[in-house]
Design a protein. Structure first.
Length: 79
């Protein structure tokens, strides 16, 4: 991302840091209360939703931008 001057360079890693912070909060709750049904449900929801949204929107946007930087049609033909 740095090498190509990706416009959302700062926002992208920030999303990863926020996800990490949420996981740390759930880990602290796990250490305090154990594997409650509520915790398991929230962890599953957080992981699935974050991965889906991050890959579908954030990573895909980065991919489109990188393809455009490489000439787009030539790179898309390889996919």
């Amino acid at each position: 991302m740095e090498e190509t001057a990706y416009p959302a360079l700062q926002r992208h890693p920030d999303e990863h840091r926020r996800f990490d912070a949420m996981l740390r909060e759930l880990d602290a709750e796990f250490r305090d209360e154990g594997p409650t049904a509520s915790l398991v449900f929230r962890l599953e929801h957080l992981a699935v939703a974050w991965l889906h949204d991050h890959v579908t929107f954030t990573d895909a946007a980065m991919g489109r931008w990188l393809l455009a930087q490489q000439g787009g049609s030539r790179a898309q033909a390889a996919c």
